[in-house]
Design a protein around this ligand. Structure first.
Ligand code: N01
Length: 544
């Protein structure tokens, strides 16, 4: 049984960055990774067209100016292979790999209250013990796949976008079906359409999307950004979602219709996700949101020539931004091709799979390959996959049965010496997640090193603090339009999941200030104990 000061679970961006931060603070750490490769979601989501919709310069680590200067991104929005190369480069460049155990899927982590130690078992029976357990499991990493009647009888191939096979799939001569029209489905559609004999996109909910305006990065642009990288990073850290965009100052309806149109037009072409910040109230006020939504509907409509198709592909059941919009590279245009069709499964649901394909109530779609681009059990899904047992034998799944409870998105009461990165109660999916990861990783590393130096055996979020923070997260969400629509922000993506708003919507800057304040107040909201609570209780009982 190997002992390590901190055991990190997951070798994606969060796990590797946390490992680096801990090592810098002199804390030993090992990362357990289920896969045979590092990279997390960027290792698994290898579907054609997979790409990040945050700009390359900003979807990267800021902890090393040498790294920033050395690495050359090739496009404005990085592809999955390029991000995976970057992650591998970082692992080698900073000698992180030797602290990563691959093929180590954590089945169970249990807290020994007397020893204040986490004991972790992987699926192949290996065991580790650690003072601190750090969960870096991802927010969109537990794939959600439907189970249709007859699915097993399908004679063709079923592929899940989030666990895409490593070997190349040849779509030529194949009839392909994609189920799901979130970012994954929208990204892969135009790419697969180019080679497939026929492509059917099965849409349940139409999604907002902006054109990606992707382009190769020129040497001039690369040099310009690298000359002022520190300034750019500062701007990013102080922008609401960690993307560098500052919200406009004037409210939507305070300007004339012409000015409004001009402002929306400008951000539509230049900003990608910044579109939501053209005016400060687009995600806060229904009237403002209706204006932005209408503008985007018109823009999407202009990309679809066929009026019947336009009616179906343009969303009309929710406001822009209340669900995660997409940034696409030719999604709507793909439907103009002769080999691409839309199947509206809201109107005509999928009844069953047959050996030949998918049957809806209007007939059979003959298919050779079906792709599930059906998303994830978001934010809590991956955290609840392993059996995590805290004090008094309580599991994390039991503790969070009515929704996640966290002190500052960091930790939960009853699970001492356990923290999570980019989990519920933190900006996570509402931010450029690398910004959130770096913020938390450095904060945790400083905290763990300090508590070690101070001889603290156990730290634990208090119930009062986690209740207060979780209520505050809900209250901030109520100031927005995010609860108006079912989405993976609020548990609406999985039947039976508690409907609570999970990410913190107050922005990365405000979140950072909260973390700083917590540390300055001697880790307010946490109990710090020089000996484990259980040992203290035993001693008290002996002396009684
Ligand atoms: O998943 P999603 P995703 N039958 O949940 C449909 C990040 N990401 O993998 O809305 C039929 O958005 C579902 O329909 P509905 C990014 O944060 C980023 O696409 O439930 N359909 C929806 O259309 C993104 O937002 C990038 O009615 C079913 C789709 O599947 C997040 O990951 C790229 C269904 C799921 O959409 C998730 O994106 C990719 C069923 N049973 C992902 N179940 C970039 O950076 C679900 N659906 C660009």
């Amino acid at each position: 049984m190997a002992f390590v000061e901190t055991l990190i679970v997951g070798a994606g961006l969060a796990g590797l960055r946390s490992l680096y931060a801990l090592r810098e603070q002199g804390v030993s750490a090992t990362v357990l990774e289920a896969s045979d490769e590092i990279g997390g979601v960027w290792n698994h989501n290898r579907y054609p067209g997979a790409r990040c919709d945050v700009e390359s310069f900003d979807y990267s680590f800021s902890f090393s100016s040498e790294l920033e200067q050395e690495w050359r991104w090739s496009e404005r929005y990085p592809t999955q292979p390029e991000i995976l190369r970057y992650i591998n480069h970082v692992a080698d460049r900073f000698d992180l790999r030797r602290h990563v155990e691959l093929n180590a899927r954590v089945e169970e982590a249990a807290y020994d209250e007397q020893q204040a130690l986490w004991s972790v078992v992987t699926s192949d029976g290996r065991r580790w013990t650690a003072k601190v357990l750090m969960l870096c499991l991802g927010q969109l990493s537990a794939p959600k796949t439907p189970a249709y009647p007859g699915q097993d009888s399908f004679a063709g191939q079923i592929i899940v976008s989030a666990t895409w096979p490593r070997e190349a799939i040849d779509f030529s001569g194949k009839r392909v079906g994609i189920i799901g029209t979130g970012s994954s489905g929208m990204q892969m559609t135009p790419v697969i359409a180019e080679t497939a004999e026929h492509l059917t996109v099965f849409q349940r909910t139409a999604n907002y999307s902006l054109p990606a305006a992707n382009a190769p990065l020129t040497d001039e642009e690369d040099a310009r950004v690298k000359a002022n990288y520190a300034e750019r990073r500062e701007q990013i850290r102080n922008s609401p979602s960690g993307l560098g965009f500052r919200p406009g100052k004037v409210r939507t309806l305070e300007v004339s219709a012409d000015e409004r149109e001009a402002a929306l037009e400008k951000s539509y072409h230049r900003l990608g996700f910044g579109f939501a910040l053209t005016f400060p109230d687009i995600l806060l006020d229904e009237e403002a949101n209706a204006v932005a939504s209408e503008f985007l509907r018109r823009k999407m409509g202009e990309r679809i020539a066929d009026p019947a198709l336009r009616e179906k592909l343009v969303p009309n059941d929710h406001g822009f931004g209340t669900r995660r919009p997409s940034v696409d590279g030719g999604y709507f245009e793909a439907f103009a091709r002769d080999n691409v069709d839309l199947a509206d499964i809201r109107e005509h649901p999928i009844r069953e799979f047959t050996p030949e394909g998918i049957r809806t109530d209007v007939g059979l779609h003959p298919l050779d390959i079906v792709i599930f681009a059906t998303g994830f059990d978001a934010i809590t899904g991956a955290l609840l996959k392993p059996r995590i047992v805290g004090r008094d034998g309580q599991t994390l799944a039991e503790k969070w049965a009515d929704g996640p409870l966290t002190q500052l998105g960091l930790a939960t009461a009853g699970f001492p010496n356990m923290v999570m990165v980019a989990g519920p109660g933190s900006p996570s999916v509402l931010s450029n997640v690398i910004v959130s990861i770096e913020e938390q990783a450095d904060w945790y590393a400083a905290m763990i090193a300090k508590l070690k130096a101070d001889g603290i055996a156990e730290f634990e979020a208090t119930e009062a603090a986690e209740r207060a923070w979780t209520d505050y997260v809900q209250q901030r969400a109520k100031e927005t339009l995010y609860m108006k629509t079912n989405s993976f922000y609020n548990g609406g993506e999985v039947a039976g999941k508690p409907r609570v708003f999970m990410p913190y919507s107050g922005g990365v800057r405000h979140y950072r200030l909260q973390l700083q304040q917590c540390a300055a107040d001697d880790y307010a909201g946490f109990e710090l104990r020089s000996a484990p609570a259980a040992q203290q209780a035993t001693k008290q009982a002996e002396h009684a």
